[in-house]
Ligand binder design. Structure first.
Ligand SMILES: [Zn+2]
Length: 358
């Protein structure tokens, strides 16, 4: 099929993550005006919400939806669709990329955008109220309107309550798409007003194939590192972890080398150490590790010490606002990890170096 040059350059939204095709089809068939897309983080909740929005706003008269070619699809791809509004916390906008900015142009929050403060992790009540006002205006392109809220738990109780009435009885033609990792973390009044769409972890083969298509080397190691969540693999890579560095972590921690975390945020370090402590505990109990290759894990860790270390990590993780990079905190967490190995010399890759360092 011949295409004009100009048309070929107009790209649609990024290709749908392959494991979202079936959930998209199921969700698109639901008639509810409020959907709650839930599942583990890093498997495409936000992407499914956007694809559903595009499905609803696509202007193709026939054929598969979304078509990727019509004016509606093109407006959506260029983040300029007037009938789509996306609410995400400011802190997530960069990570989610351009798509998260959809609808921002029309937002009447210039003053907020101009602030130099640390980006908010919340969807604020004033943002929710503005979005509600927007739902009451007439749709521009005749396909209704879609409001995406990602993630819904970023709304505090005040913001969530502001949304309740709209959620229960949205203006005609308005669809609300909420995402969350854990429906139980939402107010029951929010939860009960939405029809649920569950997203599961993709099958390992599908996830590996997609990662390889994205040019990810060592995809098997990194997919395990990310707990089976493909987009979390991309986040790990963005934080500087390739398969080689990932496999160096256990040995480095076993001899107290915090250098392996150079440039990492406290949040990332706590996440990685949690996974390491988990694996050391399950290996100590005779089970197979989840996150690290078995041969990268030093032996000889003390179970009580690992349990105490886990508690420390949980305590640090509960502090929502860390300094982004706090070398002293990271060093002390790694030192406590090192302390788990005092009962006998670590074996494996780290063994020789550790003995030499003593
Ligand atoms: Zn279309």
């Amino acid at each position: 099929r011949a295409r004009r040059d100009g048309a070929a350059r107009v790209s649609a939204a990024p290709p749908l993550l392959p494991w979202l095709a079936a959930p998209l089809e199921r969700a698109a068939a639901l008639r509810a005006h409020a959907l709650l897309i839930h599942g583990p983080e890093g498997v495409g909740q936000f992407e499914l919400a956007l694809a559903l929005a595009q499905h609803g706003l696509c202007e193709a008269e026939s054929g598969p939806r979304p078509c990727g070619q019509c004016a509606g699809c093109r407006l959506l791809a260029s983040r300029a669709h007037p009938d789509l509004r996306v609410l995400v916390p400011a802190a997530l906008r960069d990570a989610l990329g351009a798509a998260a900015a959809a609808g921002d142009d029309e937002a009447d929050d210039g003053a907020v955008k101009a602030t130099k403060a640390k980006p908010s992790r919340d969807i604020r009540v004033d943002e929710v109220r503005q979005a509600i006002d927007w739902t009451r205006t007439t749709a521009t392109r005749g396909r209704g309107k879609v409001l995406v809220l990602h993630p819904a738990q970023a709304m505090n109780a005040v913001a969530a309550n502001a949304l309740l009435k709209t959620l229960e009885e949205p203006p005609a033609g308005v669809r609300l798409l909420l995402t969350c990792a854990d429906p139980d973390a939402l107010l029951p009044t929010i939860r009960s007003r939405c029809q649920r769409v569950a997203l599961a972890l993709p099958a390992r083969d599908a996830a590996l194939a997609w990662l390889q298509s994205q040019g990810v080397a060592g995809a098997d190691v990194l997919l395990a590192a990310a707990g089976g969540r493909p987009q979390e693999v991309l986040a790990l890579r963005a934080d500087g972890f390739d398969a080689e560095r990932w496999q160096r972590v256990p040995g480095a921690v076993a001899h107290g080398d915090a250098g392996v975390f150079a440039g990492c945020s406290v949040e990332r370090v706590v996440d990685v150490l949690h996974k390491l402590a988990h694996d050391l505990l399950v290996v100590g109990a005779g089970a197979a590790p989840h996150f690290f290759p078995a041969d990268s894990l030093p032996g000889g860790a003390s179970m009580p010490a690992l349990t105490a270390w886990t508690k420390t990590l949980q305590r640090v993780a509960r502090h929502a606002e860390h300094p982004w990079h706090a070398p002293l905190l990271i060093e002390s967490l790694v030192a406590q990890g090192r302390g788990c190995f005092t009962t006998s010399a670590p074996r494996g890759r780290a063994g020789t170096a550790t003995l030499a360092a003593r």
